[in-house]
Design a binder for this molecule. Structure first.
Ligand code: FES
Ligand SMILES: [Fe+2]
Length: 439
């Protein structure tokens, strides 16, 4: 039986025949969920936040990372730190605000222990009541076992022995750097937080799913986009758009990036613009032209096209999705097999004029926002999948074979999902990376 310890039984792959199926228990079983925590979330590099969220000494944000409450803080010595948000006395959350600035200390309200912004324990009411053995020096807020600041992106790992961030990223590092080359980037004010009654792996699949766009987001792609006077204009130079394939995915070309990372399109200097640019070109042409001139000045023509066009949607395994067409970072954590919390941030260049910034945000929120054309549809679809997994004794398998041994599905194939699941399977069984992620 599938007891969560033989994850291989959750996947049936027949490369010869071109079939790939997932057992629906993988989305539902408590034992799978607990093993995912131990084998995946506790042993990966995880995106935690961006330094632009807490740029100055005394600035901080708090959030949960892989189930752990954390404080991301810029300390008085200028260092960025990721501290576990639990008091060394008897456990309380030390900081209960979601963000702040100008902090000099964090004071636990339960008994009043005080920590400085480096996490050092500095004040204990009635300290004389402790014995000689009590070691205040060793009772600072515990940092995440590993932290890495990659060009302002803070990643943490709860595995002290994890490989280096660069090794972990594999071929995704170049794609990620291409995203970060857009400028001096910052998360815009605010964070889009929502939740779904669905398994976290469903949003991994959905975030890179070109197949669902035309059906799930029909109103957007077949009504709104034409009504805005926009066309399927994102395509490889000289190629025609694929009928019925939303242009966000039309350039296709899924590439595995090792270690479970995968993109639905590589950055390319052969392409001009992306999903955002078509809108900006039509309605904010002068502001975009000015921004493009700046990009060309920094990178030259070809690289500037690559940077602006971006990579489509891509996954940094296990749970960071970068949606280059909208300049969005999305991460998510399961709280149970059938429930997850999701965060979205807009990562935008500080060089943007106010007009361009407003336009980019409008475009982002119009599709991805709480009242946007896409996200509510996707929530509905994924919660529908989860609800229907109640039939899993009778209907056991989901299929993600699309594009195996076939040519021509373009951006609507499912290689990106198979790549994710192959890594998932390896992590859950051997604990290491998969040996291959391609069909
Ligand atoms: S739990 Fe924080 S001071 Fe007691
Ligand atoms: Fe969608």
């Amino acid at each position: 039986m599938k007891d969560g310890h033989n994850a291989a039984e959750y996947i049936v792959e027949d490369k010869e025949a071109g079939l790939f199926r997932i057992h629906r228990d993988a989305f539902v079983d408590q034992a799978v969920f607990e093993r995912e925590r131990a084998m995946i979330f506790d042993r990966s590099w995880l995106f935690a936040g961006h330094t632009s969220e807490f740029p100055n000494p005394g600035d901080f944000v708090t959030r949960s990372v892989a189930g752990r409450p954390m404080i991301l803080v810029r300390s008085d010595d200028g260092e960025f730190r990721a501290l576990l948000n639990t008091c060394r006395h008897r456990g309380n959350l030390v900081c209960r605000e979601s963000k702040g600035s100008g902090a000099e200390v964090f004071r636990c309200f339960y008994h009043g222990w005080i920590y400085n912004t480096r996490g050092e324990l500095k004040g204990i009411p009635g300290e004389e009541a402790y014995s000689e053995a009590f070691d205040r020096e060793s009772l600072g807020l515990e940092p995440a076992p590993r932290m890495h600041n990659h060009r302002g992106c803070i990643f943490v790992s709860f595995d002290p022995d994890i490989e280096s961030f660069e090794d972990y990223m594999g071929d995704a590092l170049a794609v990620f750097n291409n995203t970060l080359d857009l400028g001096d980037l910052e998360f815009t004010e605010g964070q889009y937080k929502y939740s779904m009654r669905a398994n976290w792996k469903l949003i991994v699949e959905n975030s890179m799913d070109g197949y669902h766009g035309a059906a799930t987001h029909e109103r957007y792609f077949t009504h709104f986009i034409p009504a805005m006077g926009l066309s399927d204009s994102v395509k490889p130079a000289g190629a025609e758009p694929t009928p019925g394939v939303p242009l966000a995915f039309a350039h296709g070309g899924t590439q595995t990036l090792r270690n479970g990372h995968v993109t639905i399109a590589m950055p390319s200097s052969e392409r001009t613009g992306n999903r955002s640019s078509t809108f900006l070109e039509k309605y904010h042409a002068a502001a975009l032209a000015e921004f493009r001139n700046g990009l060309v000045h920094v990178h030259g023509e070809a690289k500037a096209r690559m940077v602006e066009g971006g990579a489509g949607n891509y996954l940094i395994f296990p749970n960071l999705v970068v949606i280059d067409g909208w300049r969005v970072f999305r991460s998510f954590y399961p709280l149970s097999p059938d429930y997850m919390e999701i965060s979205g941030w807009a990562l935008m260049p500080k060089e943007d004029s106010p007009e361009l910034r407003a336009a980019r945000l409008e475009w982002y929120l119009g599709f991805q926002g709480p009242g946007g054309f896409a996200t509510p549809d996707d929530v509905e679809a994924l919660e529908g999948c989860q609800a229907a997994f109640a039939t899993r004794k009778e209907v056991e398998w989901s299929d993600i074979s699309r594009g195996m041994k076939a040519t021509g599905p373009g951006g609507t194939g499912e290689l990106q999902m198979r790549s994710f699941w192959r890594e998932w399977n390896a992590r859950m069984t051997t604990g290491g990376h998969a040996e291959s992620w391609d069909d």
